[in-house]
Each structure stands twice: as C-alpha cells, then as structure tokens.
Write a protein that binds this ligand. Structure first.
Ligand SMILES: *Cc1c(COP(=O)(O)O)cnc(C)c1O
Length: 435
C-alpha cells in the first residue's frame, strides 16, 4: 500500500521538476508578427492578416470560404441568422456541450431543443434527433465534443430527409477529419472558436466556414454591421430603389442592394496574425496529440475500472480538445467520480475535470434569468425552459463517468502517458483511502 497524494503521500508526478507542457505555444514568430501589425497601424477592419488567415483557413478546412469573427459564440449566432433561423423555429442541440451552443439559439429568438448523447462518444445521439424533429425544426447543431466526432453520416442523412440545415460546432475539432473530410466542411456551415483553451488560439476569436456562396455573403454582411461584401460593391453606389422588409424565403437582403440590420462581430489583425502562426503549428500538434492519445488508450484498455472513449474508424484524423475517458465507479469499490478525479489530480499535478454540466441543469445556461430579453410570449418562455428536457445519459456522464484532461497533457511524451496510467493504477489499488 502507498499513501495517495490527496492524503498527503508522494505524488506520481512531481510537477516542480517535471512540469506538464505549457499552453498556449508561441515563439519569436508570434513576437515578430505582432510587432509588424503594431507598427503598420492597420490594427483592424478587414486587414491584410485577416484576409490572409481567412484564405489559409478555408484552404485548410477544405471549404470555399472562411470568415473570422470575434469569438465562437457569435459565430454560432451568425450561422443561425445566415440560415434565416429565428422566431418560431426550433434548433436541435446536444444536451452535453458548452452553453454557447444552446444560448446562441435563444439569442436569435429560436427554441433550442436539447437532445441526449451517446454514452460511448458523448456526442449527440442520431436516433434521438429523429425523435425530436417537428414541423418547426430548422437546423441541427452537432458538437464534436472533446476528442469525439458526432456521427456526421447519420446526421447528414437525417438533415437531407427533413430538409434541415446542419451547423457544425467545431470549437473542439480544428483539423479533425471524418472520412477524409475536415470538421467544418461537412455541414452547411462550420463554427470555430479560438478562445485561449482551444486547439488554435488568439486569446479570443472565432471563424465560420462554408462552401455556399449565398451563405457566405450573408455571413460576411452579418459580421460587419450589415455591409455587403466589399468585392460585391457596385462601381457607382446606387441607392436602393425602395426599402423592402427582410424576407426569410428570399434571404436576408434583396438583390437590389439593401443592407441587413446587424452589428460588429469583427476580429482584429493582431488576432489574425496569431492565428496564421497557430494554423502552421496545428497539424504537427494534432499529430502529436493523436499519437499520445492512441498510446494512452491502449494503456487504458489494460487498466481496471476505466474505459477508453470509443474511436470511430470513420474518424480519419483525430483532434483532441480534451483527453477524456470513462470511470467505472463499481470497479473502484465505489468512491464517487469527484473523489477519483481529485485523487488523480493530486497524483499528477494537473486539473482533472468532469464533463460540461448537462444543459438542463447548467449554471451558465439559464435563459429564465433574463425575462426582459427572452420573455417574448408566455409560450416561448415555457419552450426555452431547459428543465423541460430529459437528458439521462448526459447526467450519468457528468455525475458518474467523465474524466477529462486539457489537451496540453497530450503534447509531451509517451512517458507522460505512462505516468497517467500509473496514477490510475495507484488510485485503484488504494481506493479505500478515498472511500
Ligand atoms: C468554446 C466553445 C464555444 C464558444 O466559443 P467562444 O470563443 O468561447 O465564444 C462554443 N461551443 C463549444 C462546444 C465550445 O467549446
């Protein structure tokens, strides 16, 4: 028997002498490019770095277009608006995701329909999507959560059958591939976040990808106060003949040159400069994370009390926002998952966390705290009540099973993976100390 670190014993990893890889990653190239932007005075507004990044990102994802925006929350909102989704519409989202996936739907006055997830991938369950479809359903927002991929074959099939839009929330999946196609190129629109914790980062930031020129034009106008895309400007500005009310069926502005009401969702050229460098680093970093995750999953399969996430062989390139696995409480003779994570965190000197809170009981997804904005009608108020949805699988994952590490733990060596496995084994052998 050896004393667990959480009980004052010696940890498996001493992070003072053996620290985990740091995130974010940067060097002289970021310093250099940021200074260039500074000195140029072109700090924002469709700057040269922004155009360069948009082009490079579209090429990388494999779409005709990419547009960078302020963050990965407004990107979802703009994607919904470009699809003409709003009042009266329903949008299907997974119950296990960051709050923005559902909050963006409420922000365009539509109703998020929370759907349960698959227990072995933690991504939205296609069978339950079918059950949730009504005549009001307009779109599905699958989230490729942590290291998993939503089943895009099934989701695409359902969307075709019911004539729905698919907006991929790729905030965790920069560079991940399904059947050789990158996340963000499979649905109608891909939405990305470049927030500090994500696989590519500029501190904050987001992007939208699409190959549909109509959607692209709308997205470009929506991110830029409603202005039409620059190249679309007529040589001599002609004022619109007559103002027309926005018409959903016809798109959000008429062909006569009317603008669309929107706001400022732009990114700065400082962010774009960082993203150009981040994109160069991404393939190598994803490769390293994939290699370490593969090795670690092979160790996990030999360990008692834990289950690796199911890897789908249609996933041709992995991308890990988090490294996660499943805890089997009974095998550990019953300490709750919270105690297991605490013990593991103490052995390893890094955060070990639960999954997101299920959205029907999530402290940060509470539309009812804002009646002055969201109480449009009594009926709508009831429809956006998250508590009306049942998400038993999400709850089991959150409360009993989820064990999640930030992706930076996958950016070291196989020896790091061995230490995580050793820590799991140590907690297993000394489980009575945390009962
Ligand atoms: C981070 C995240 C977002 C929102 O991105 P921000 O850039 O933080 O606004 C949306 N969806 C998911 C799944 C995320 O993880």
């Amino acid at each position: 028997m050896s004393r667990l670190a959480v009980k004052g014993g010696k940890p498996v990893r001493d992070v003072r002498t053996n620290p985990w890889p740091k995130w974010p990653v940067w060097d002289k190239s970021e310093e250099h490019t940021l200074l260039e932007v500074l000195r140029s005075g072109v700090w924002s507004y469709n700057g040269p770095r922004e155009s360069e990044f948009n082009k490079a990102f579209a090429e990388f994802i494999g779409t005709k277009y990419a547009l960078s925006v302020a963050n990965g929350t407004v990107s979802l909102q703009l994607a919904l608006e470009a699809c003409g989704i709003g009042w009266g519409d329903e949008v299907i989202v997974p119950g296990l995701t960051w709050q923005a996936t559902a909050a963006s739907v409420v922000d365009v006055n539509a109703v998020p329909i929370l759907v349960d997830v698959c227990e072995d991938t933690w991504c939205i369950d296609p069978a339950k999507i079918e059950e949730a479809i009504t005549p009001r359903t307009k779109a599905i927002i699958p989230v490729h959560l942590y290291g998993s991929f939503a089943d895009m074959d099934a989701i695409t099939r359902i969307a075709r059958k019911h004539n729905l839009r698919v907006i991929e929330d790729c905030a965790h999946k920069h560079g991940g591939e399904w059947n050789g196609r990158k996340a963000g190129s499979i649905g109608d629109i891909g939405s990305f976040s470049f927030q500090l914790s994500k696989l590519m980062t500029a501190g904050e930031g987001g992007a939208l990808t699409t190959s549909d020129s109509g959607l692209y034009e709308k997205l470009d106008a929506l991110r830029n106060c409603g202005r039409r895309p620059e190249k679309e400007k007529p040589a001599e500005p002609t004022p619109p003949k007559r103002l027309r009310r926005p018409d959903k069926a016809a798109g959000i502005y008429s062909d006569e040159g009317n603008f669309i009401q929107s706001g400022n969702y732009r990114i700065t050229d400082f962010q774009a400069a960082l993203l150009i460098e981040a994109l160069k680093r991404l393939p190598q970093q994803n490769g390293l994370r994939q290699e370490n995750a593969r090795y670690f999953n092979s160790l996990l399969s030999g360990l008692p009390g834990v289950l690796p996430m199911q890897r789908d062989n249609r996933e041709t390139m992995a991308a890990y926002y988090n490294f996660s696995f499943r805890y089997k409480q009974d095998d550990f003779k019953a300490p709750p998952a919270t105690e297991f994570r605490k013990a593991l965190s103490a052995e390893l000197g890094c955060p070990v966390e639960a999954s997101y809170e299920p959205l029907n009981a999530c402290a940060l997804y509470t539309p009812h705290t804002k009646p002055w904005r969201h109480k449009l009608t009594d009926k709508y108020w009831q429809e956006i009540n998250p508590a009306r949805f049942e998400l038993p699988v999400c709850h089991r994952i959150y409360r009993e099973e989820s064990v999640c590490f930030h992706h930076c733990v996958l950016m070291g060596t196989k020896a790091d993976m061995d230490l995580i496995a050793e820590a799991i084994q140590k907690v297993y052998e000394n489980t009575e100390q945390i009962l």
